[in-house]
Ligand binder design. Sequence first.
Ligand code: FES
Length: 113
Amino acid sequence: MSLQDYDLPHVFKYHCFVCCQQRPPGHPRGSCGAAGAQPLWEHLINKVQAMQRTDISITTSGCMGFCSAGPLMVVYPEGFWYQPKTIQDIDAIAQSHLVEGRPAEELVVVLKQ
Ligand code: FES
């Protein structure tokens, strides 16, 4: 079997993974959910839908391993990790990275090696 044997979707220009892990209050690891992630991701999803950008995918994910830095999202293909804290941060990431094609450097937390 080869890749041609599958009905694969087109490749997205940008694929965003957003951490939706929720741990209870006071959990020693914390979580993106406990750090207020959900309304941020909802805003991002609504924003991308409003832009009618079918070449951008947003996938909810479980823990990505850096919980205390949450809320965390990663944008591929570049692999930039972002730590948005506010709706304005989401707007900045969407405009800078997803529309203009340049990272929102002030919100990057980990750069791909
Ligand atoms: S809970 Fe989001 S990175 Fe671990």
